[in-house]
Design a protein around this ligand. Structure first.
Ligand SMILES: [Zn+2]
Ligand SMILES: [Zn+2]
Ligand SMILES: [Zn+2]
Length: 348
């Protein structure tokens, strides 16, 4: 008799200790052992009890982030307008002096690059990065079988968060396939604007290469004649290499003092475009690497699992929206089935 009572108590204790409620469908789940992270067998929602309950951000914090973003965006727009106006003012007299046709041709090139850069910037900055759809949750009759498969709960938004989505504390929303929050566009880079962001980076790199070439060419033409001093070629040969370099630097620096305002602007634009070009190229290379790996930056730093190990060019093709014909042509008919599977499994 005593033994039966003990067994009953043990069962009751087990029932109380390991009974949990699924946040997704509201069903009570009996777990075989204590588990801080568990998945509902009905709706597929994941409950993580390890996460300490997060408080909403203060109003000051949110305002500071908005202010910072708008400051960066404003500075970036002003800088782009300055570069375009200063570039036209400094380079075009030299270009038009070659020929009228040459001048018009470069006007068209500059206009195309400017439009591409501004339009991709606007799409990346002012378009929604991709919010999860509102779906039914919290009540068993309405949440179907596997209706919340691998969803977690966002404590900031107080609603379901799909897999590969992350909450952005600056935008105060959950973002699908979030890559990162970029203060320079004042927006998150997510499923809806990631392509525009990459096109913006490509436009910036191409524009900067063009600007470097044009400003270098114009700068060479407006540079005053360099006076290498009283040294003849024979005398220079008799000097040490350091003396020759010093002589050349002094000569170039002396001539730079005679540069007109247009020349100074050209020097600034050359160095600025090279700096931006290097910085954005590194960022673009990093982004393309993540896309090639079928991953995002935030997933890369937040999870070390091999969930996104499906690396390959097909990820790049799918990202840039190449048609199915392109897949077949580039990858062969054998890979088509695999591609279709991977396309349907991802949310891009
Ligand atoms: Zn559930
Ligand atoms: Zn959220
Ligand atoms: Zn954001």
């Amino acid at each position: 008799m005593d033994e039966e009572v003990t067994k009953e108590e043990a069962c009751v204790a087990l029932h109380l200790d390991h009974e949990k409620t699924c946040w997704g469908c509201g069903l009570r789940l009996i777990l075989s052992s204590y588990s801080p992270i568990f998945k509902c067998g009905w709706c597929g929602a994941i409950t993580n009890q390890n996460k300490s309950s997060r408080k909403p951000d203060s109003i000051c914090f949110s305002r500071w982030r908005h202010l910072r973003d708008w400051l960066f965006v404003t500075i970036l727009i002003i800088f782009k307008l300055f570069v375009i106006c200063a570039g036209v003012w400094a380079v075009y007299p030299t270009i038009f002096s070659i020929s009228y046709f040459c001048g018009v041709f470069h006007c068209v090139i500059a206009a195309i690059l400017s439009v591409c850069t501004f339009s991709s910037f606007c799409l990346a900055a002012f378009r929604s990065p991709g919010e999860p759809l509102n779906i039914l949750w919290g009540s068993y009759p309405y949440v179907g079988k596997d209706g919340l498969e691998n969803y977690t709960f966002c404590e900031f938004c107080a609603k379901p968060k799909p897999p590969r989505a992350h909450h952005c504390r600056s935008c105060t929303i959950c973002v699908l396939d979030m890559d990162h929050h970029c203060p320079f566009i004042g927006n998150c880079v997510g499923a809806s604007n990631h392509r525009s962001f990459i096109l913006f980076l490509i436009s910036v790199v191409v524009s900067c290469v063009y600007l470097t070439v044009m400003t270098s060419y114009a700068g060479y033409h407006v540079w005053p004649p360099i006076d290498y001093g009283k040294f003849s070629l024979t005398e220079l040969n008799s000097l040490g290499s350091m003396s020759i370099v010093k002589q050349i630097v002094v000569a170039v620096a002396s001539s730079a003092l005679l540069l007109p305002g247009r020349g100074l602007v050209l020097i600034y634009l050359t160095f600025a475009s090279i700096s931006v070009e290097i910085g954005i190229s590194v960022l673009l290379w990093q982004q393309l690497n993540y896309i090639y790996a079928g991953n995002t930056y935030i997933n890369h730093i937040s999870s070390k699992d091999s969930l996104h190990s499906d690396r390959g060019c097909h990820n790049l093709l799918r990202f840039f929206g190449c048609p199915q014909l392109g897949y077949r042509f580039l990858l062969g008919f054998g890979n088509t089935t695999k591609l279709q599977e991977s396309t349907s499994s991802k949310l891009l």
